[in-house]
Ligand binder design. Structure first.
Ligand code: AHR
Length: 519
């Protein structure tokens, strides 16, 4: 093997022909603390829990008689873990499931509820033991708001109208009285509703023009029943990744009648549906293509936002990125529609890269939900009977809690790149904000799997004398946390920061997430 020493712009790496060895890269950033941007709404840190695989049953609902500790059938270990993330919002019941769901199946005495076939997700039995009241109880135990997915694809608007009245009316009417009979005197709070999901696909295979008309029809029969603000933000089914025509048509034909427009974007390897790639045991090539895919969400949000600006220059309509995250093959290597997948350090870093991008778009992006909370796709938590494990993604969410309702601060980053073959990514992306606690937070994803990056941040007008932080990293790219063992990928105290002469210097380990606070 022939060794060479390369000095490139911002890069100082000891390389071996045929493959890079660990080295150090240099990066710079300028903080503009005197130019505060928009609020980073806490809804940016939302969750999505669907009746899919073990997302709800096992993951959340075990039933009152279970030996697994629970409160009214809802797992206490999961609730406790989610409370620590300060989950602001949970989207439910789907996803594709929502457009096949009849809300009436999930109310009333549980022993009388009908069993159905879960048509979208492998046709497995759906017991309906977890319905409206159970979901609202779950959200309440977690401390989160409810984001309800309305069936537009296979139901008439009357079902939406009735469900909303059942949930939110305080009047003396049959539906509100039925809710009272079922054990809930006060109306539930429903601050957000999605009217249709992926209406271009599993939600009805509609054309944008047809959906826009359907949306207009549905919203005519939508009533928020006098809920106090913020009450029932209406979110229209939005585009699949770069389907800009969908956004154009829906904004043009229905823009003035909606409050939010959704966008779904999943991180997948280049072959997407043909070969989703492995969750563990992947190569550096797979690492870099996954990050290239993840980072594409920046361009995609930017282009959808620009279209929305044409029809809504005052930015009244929010973009809701209500499904995002990694989507791989399952553990067995087979494709399995239960969508259970492992979660490694790579996923934790992918989540951080997303947050840094979302923070830069909060003039338009007001909400996101990762897919999904439990046991499905890029999950926070995996369960196996009574066992539970917190994933690397969970810890990234935890490290970013101070960004909820913080004020975004511009941070101009100049990053070296990391390349394998034809694919190059910036080694780092980052964001900054002033937290509600008055501290300034800087978060960085080091996506370079080989090299640590020394980042020098010019703090400008920010006078800081104290820095502390946390880091998430591991030796292996595919390090995961295992059931029954102490977690390996967790947030640890970060010791790589120094402050001197208005410059913050951060030594960022390869493949890591770092969040620091400055006082
Ligand atoms: O998150 C899994 C599925 O992905 C959702 O049900 C659907 O909306 C999307 O295609």
């Amino acid at each position: 093997m022939k060794w060479t020493f390369k000095k490139l712009a911002g890069i100082c790496t000891l390389c071996a022909a045929g493959g890079a060895l660990a080295g150090t890269q240099l990066a710079t950033a300028q903080l503009h603390a005197d130019q505060p941007g928009p609020l980073i709404p806490r809804y940016i840190y939302g969750q999505f829990s669907e009746h899919l695989g073990r997302g709800i049953y096992d993951g959340v609902w075990v039933g009152e008689k279970s030996a697994i500790p629970n409160v009214r059938g809802i797992r206490s270990d999961v609730v406790q873990a989610l409370r620590e993330l300060k989950v602001p919002l949970i989207r439910w019941p789907g996803g594709c499931f929502a457009d096949d769901y009849n809300w009436r199946d999930g109310i009333g005495p549980r022993d009388k509820r009908p069993g159905r076939k879960n048509n979208w997700w492998t046709g497995k039995p759906e017991s309906n033991q977890f319905g409206t009241h159970e979901f609202m109880d779950f959200a309440d135990q977690v401390g989160a708001d409810a984001y309800i997915g309305i069936n537009l694809g296979s139901a008439p608007p009357r079902e939406m109208r009735d469900w909303m009245e059942y949930m939110t009316s305080d009047g003396d009417n049959a539906l509100a009285n039925e809710r009272r009979k079922n054990g809930r005197a006060q109306p539930f709070k429903v601050p957000v509703v999605g009217i249709g999901n992926e209406s271009w696909g599993c939600g009805g295979n509609m054309r944008a023009e047809y959906y826009a008309d359907e949306y207009r029809r549905f919203q005519t029969f939508f009533h928020n029943n006098g809920q106090a603000a913020p009450a029932a933000i209406r979110v229209a089914s939005g585009a699949n990744k770069d389907d800009y025509n969908w956004t154009e048509v829906v904004m043009k034909q229905a823009g003035e009648k909606l409050d939010g427009l959704s966008l779904h974007y999943y991180t997948m390897p280049p072959d997407e549906w043909k070969d989703k790639g492995k969750t563990t045991g992947f190569s550096k090539e797979e690492w870099v293509t996954i990050f290239a895919s993840a980072l594409r969400i920046d361009e995609i949000i930017g282009k959808h936002s620009a279209i929305m600006d044409k029809y809504d220059p005052k930015k009244r309509v929010a973009l809701y990125v209500d499904e995002w995250g990694t989507w791989y093959k399952t553990d067995s290597g087979e494709f399995d529609w239960d969508l259970y997948q492992q979660n490694t350090l790579r996923d934790g870093v992918v989540a951080a890269a997303h947050f840094n991008i979302f923070h830069r778009h909060t003039d338009r992006v007001k909400q996101t939900s990762i897919a999904q909370t439990m046991n499905v796709l890029q999950a926070m938590i995996l369960t196996d009977g009574p066992k539970m494990v917190l994933t690397p993604t969970y810890y990234t969410f935890k490290m970013y809690v101070p960004f909820q309702d913080a004020t975004a601060l511009p941070l101009d980053v100049s990053s070296p790149s990391y390349r394998i073959g034809a694919t190059a990514i910036p080694s780092i992306n980052a964001s900054a904000a002033k937290g509600k606690d008055g501290k300034t937070y800087i978060a960085i994803a080091n996506m370079n799997p080989d090299d640590n990056v020394v980042l020098s941040v010019a703090l400008g007008s920010l006078a800081a004398s104290k820095v502390s932080g946390q880091v998430l990293t591991a030796q292996k790219m595919d390090q995961l946390n295992e059931f029954g063992k102490a977690p390996v990928v967790t947030a640890q105290a970060y010791k790589g920061a120094t402050l001197a002469g208005g410059t913050l210097k951060l030594d960022l380990p390869a493949k890591s997430v770092v969040v620091v606070s400055l006082e």
